[in-house]
Design a protein around this ligand. Sequence first.
Ligand code: PLP
Length: 488
Amino acid sequence: MDSKGINHYLEAAGRSAEWHRDHIQRMKKCRFDTIAVHGVYSMQEALDFNQGSIIEPVYMSTSQAYRDSDEMEAALGYQIPTWCYSRIANPTIYYFEGVMALLETYGSDVDASCIATSSGMAAIQTAVDPFLLPYPENPSRPINFVATTKIYGGTFQQFAVRKDQERLIEWRKVVDSNDINEWEKLIDKNTRFLYGEMPSNPGQAFFDLERVIELGHKHNIPVIIDSTVATPALMRPLAMGADIVVQSVSKTLMTSGFGIGGAVIARKNLTSNVDNPEMKADFCMYAKQLPNRDNGPNLSPMNAILALNDIRTLRSRIDLQSCSTMTVAKFLAQHKHVEKVEYLGLESHPLHKVASKYLWLVDSEHDEQYGKKVNRYGHLMSFNVKGGAQAARDVFDAMQRIWRATDLGRIKSVATIPAISTHSQQGEEGRKLAEIPPNLIRLCVGAEHPDDIIADLEQALSVLDGKKIISTSPEFSAGGASSATLKR
Ligand SMILES: *Cc1c(COP(=O)(O)O)cnc(C)c1O
């Protein structure tokens, strides 16, 4: 076979890249739901390469073959678009990353890219680590980052133990994140990024993001936001100027609960005081080609298709679940055994006003049903049971429809007690910082009819009246007598 020469591949790659760019521009003009359904997968691609498959194909292959040594050389030198090896990239993951970048920049002219990761925690590590390199001329000069304390328990551990304790990178803690002065007084020349989660899990902390972004950029520091609870259907921090968004895809995005995954979505040409032009130009491409190639936290293609599938209905699901959560929150707020309900959607919530500035159901103004912008506050809420830790456990143990699990964002309603689950590792002191009392129950309302969720909560709370509950646990699992399970 005659060698085609490396230029042949570079030219073909150029044409292909141009076609994909144009296609993405065409998709950018569509509405949110259309993007969520189609993403960057096109009919042309289906017919030319994928047997006409209307659903994105799943490429389970570990690696990609090349036509000849020229193509291989160009590919492995990152001179042509390639996926090489599924630790680095993969076509199914490409479709997932494409839709995430489009959804997180929806309604704006922000140019962003995405890198998928094996979990939300891997996404956070991917997002923060490139900013935490020592000063090359003085490796012992201390560095720090400024982050809120009301964050997911895993993030708390990653910051407190993996960064602060093990790597001596100081975590400067913002306790009241809606107080901009608290952020400001912690920043100095050695601050590498500002980090916040909003709404936070489970505390629903919220802050005036635009002011934090303004502050970060004034100091040439990037702003990283964990937007897992809001999802791009309710809030898109990149459009407001944030540099990086991280998502735990395991949650609302992949609502079916079939797998763990994460995503980092970063604007091109982001702000940073770290001298690394390649990283700043296209953060996700950089992470994909270098640190994550070497560290290896890539998503599995199977999980990418499962996530893609659930993302198609994201907007309508969030709307439904937000409305049901509001109904449930109002029910709980007037219940005699409930001390306090935390839901950003309730006007009584101290952060209701600031949350209402940021949390909008995307495209509601283009929706028959609404015809105007409407606020939606998501499916995460929590409530404190009167009578302390034991009372909360009694109510929790009596739930019959709502699942007891450390999970959120599911199509099914799920509850947990954060103090003994998601936030157990960080100890009493850490929980105080994160404001996690032992009688707090976190509830994530699913897509069931809210009447049935309320009925379950009503009967669960009634245990505090001294009423007996009737156990419905069968002696054996539905799988048959051979799979006898222990009676709870
Ligand atoms: C669950 C969660 C994470 C971690 O994601 P995993 O996919 O479980 O690794 C990060 N942030 C928030 C807000 C979460 O809820």
